[in-house]
Ligand binder design. Structure first.
Ligand SMILES: Cc1ncc(COP(=O)(O)O)c(C=O)c1O
Length: 404
C-alpha cells in the first residue's frame, strides 16, 4: 500500500495471513455467510481447550498477576523457562539470559530493534513466516531470503545461505519446525548452518515455537544444543504447544557467551524496561504449562487430534488431481503445490480469492510467505479431521474448474 502520511518503512510491511483475501472473508461473514478460515494457526479458534492444569492455576492465582513484574519476567517463570531449555541441551546458565515476551512476535520485534541498523541484512527462510521479514523491515533492515527446497523436503539450501552472506549480514533466522512447510530439520542441516554462522561470525535466531509439535516419534533438537559455542538466540512460547495464542506467551534465551551476547543482553534489558513487563497472567502459568508435557504429547500421538487431522488432510490432498504435497513432520501446516502445467493457475492470490468466493474456504497463497512461484498455498490443519478432509475435497473440486 502507498501511504502519504505514514512512515516510508511501512511500504513493504504486510501479512497475507491477514491480508486482502482475509478481509474479504470477514466481509462475507458479516453478510451472514459461513467461511472456513484456514489462514491462522490459532488452535483455540477450532475448539482446542486450554490444559486443565493451566486453567486451575489461573483461577487460583489471578490476583498475583495484577502488578507490573520484573523487566525480564517473574523469577519462577524465568527459572521454569531456563530449566526447560536446559533440558533440551541449550547451554544457558543464568536467568539473566532469559526474557519473557508477549509472544515470539514481540520477541522478534525486540531482537530486530536491538540489532538492526539501517541497511543491515538478516537472512531468513523462503518460504517463511512473515513475522521475521516484517520485524526486520520495521527496524529499517533488509530481509534477505535463503531458499528452502521442496525437492529436498523443504530443507534450507545450504549453498544459497552461503551465497547470500554479505558484510551487512547481522543474523540468520532458522524456523524449525517450519511455518509454512512443516519441515523438521536434521542435525546435519543445522550443523551446516552452524558452520556458516561460525565461519562468518554471525548470530543465529532459532525460532522453535513448534518444537514440541513433531510427529511420528521424531525428535526436535535445539540449534543451541548442537552449537553450544555459538551466540544463539532461542525463541519459544506456549501459543502452539499449549494452544494459548491469546495469552501471548513467548521467551528469548541467550546462549554462547561472547561480547556480542553481552551487548545483546544489555540491549534487551533496555527494551524490556521500556515496555515495563510482559503480560503477568501468562507468566504465572508458564511453570505449570511446561510441566504439563502430557497435554502436548496427547495431541501428536497416533490417536491424538493433531495427528489424525494431519493424516486426513495429507491423504486427501494426495488423492486430488493437480495437487502434491510434502508431508509435514512438525507444526500444523502444509504447503501443497498446484500443477500449473495442467491447471490454469497463474496467480496464487487470485486462486485463493476464487476459492473463497466459490467454496467459502480461506487459505493463504504461497507468495504470501515470500515463495518465488505463484503455485503453492498453505493449509492450517486445525479443524476436526472430517471437516478438514471435506475442505480438501472442496479445494480439489474448485481446482478442477481450472483444468486446461
Ligand atoms: C514460526 C512462528 N514464529 C512465531 C509465531 C508467533 O507466535 P506468538 O504467538 O508466540 O507470537 C508464529 C505464529 O504462527 C510462527 O508460526
Amino acid at each position: 500500500m502507498q501511504y502519504e502520511f505514514m512512515a516510508n518503512r511501512l511500504e513493504n510491511i504486510h501479512s497475507d495471513i491477514r491480508g486482502p483475501v482475509f478481509f474479504r472473508a470477514l466481509e462475507m461473514e458479516a453478510e451472514g455467510q459461513k467461511v472456513l478460515k484456514l489462514n491462522t494457526g490459532n488452535p483455540a479458534a477450532f475448539g482446542f481447550k486450554m490444559p486443565a492444569s493451566v486453567k486451575n492455576h489461573i483461577l487460583e492465582n489471578v490476583e498475583k498477576s495484577l502488578g507490573y513484574c520484573g523487566l525480564r519476567g517473574m523469577q519462577a517463570t524465568l527459572q521454569a523457562i531456563m530449566d526447560y531449555e536446559v533440558s533440551k541441551g541449550v547451554p544457558v546458565t543464568s536467568t539473566n539470559d532469559v526474557f519473557v515476551t508477549n509472544g515470539v512476535s514481540e520477541a522478534a520485534n525486540m531482537l530486530a530493534t536491538a540489532l538492526v541498523n539501517e541497511g543491515d541484512e538478516v537472512l531468513m527462510p523462503n518460504p517463511g513466516y512473515s513475522l521475521w521479514s516484517n520485524s526486520v523491515l520495521a527496524a529499517g533492515g533488509v530481509p534477505v531470503f535463503y531458499d528452502c527446497n521442496e525437492e529436498d523436503e523443504w530443507n534450507p539450501d545450504i549453498e544459497d545461505i552461503e551465497r547470500k552472506i554479505s558484510k551487512r549480514t547481522k543474523a540468520i533466522v532458522v524456523i524449525n519446525p517450519n511455518n509454512p512447510t512443516g519441515a523438521l530439520y536434521s542435525d546435519k542441516i543445522l550443523l551446516q548452518i552452524a558452520e556458516i554462522a561460525r565461519k562468518n561470525d554471525i548470530i543465529v535466531f532459532s525460532d522453535e515455537i513448534y518444537d514440541r509439535l513433531v510427529f511420528d516419534g521424531l525428535v526436535h533438537n535445539s540449534f543451541a544444543k548442537l552449537a553450544p559455542d555459538l551466540p544463539i538466540v532461542t525463541l519459544n512460547g506456549l501459543s502452539k504447544s499449549h494452544c494459548l495464542c491469546g495469552l501471548r506467551s513467548g521467551w528469548i534465551v541467550l546462549s554462547g557467551k561472547c561480547k556480542k551476547m553481552e551487548e545483546l543482553q544489555k540491549a534487551l534489558v533496555v527494551l524490556a524496561s521500556v515496555r515495563l513487563c510482559s503480560n503477568a497472567l501468562m507468566q504465572l502459568i508458564v511453570p505449570t504449562a511446561l510441566k504439563d508435557v502430557e497435554y502436548t504429547k496427547e495431541m501428536i500421538s497416533p490417536t491424538g487430534r493433531l495427528f489424525l487431522q494431519r493424516e486426513a488432510c495429507v491423504n486427501a490432498i494426495n488423492e486430488i488431481d493437480g495437487l502434491s504435497v510434502v508431508k509435514n513432520k512438525g507444526a500444523f501446516y502444509i504447503f501443497p503445490k498446484i500443477d500449473t502445467e495442467r491447471y490454469n493457475v497463474t496467480n496464487d492470490k487470485e486462486f485463493a480469492r476464487g476459492l473463497l468466493e466459490a467454496k467459502k474456504i480461506l487459505i493463504v497463497a504461497g507468495t504470501g510467505f515470500g515463495y518465488k512461484t505463484p503455485d503453492h498455498f498453505r493449509v492450517v490443519m486445525l479443524p476436526e479431521h472430517q471437516t478438514l478432509k471435506d475442505a480438501m475435497y472442496e479445494i480439489g473440486d474448485y481446482l478442477q474448474t481450472l483444468k486446461k
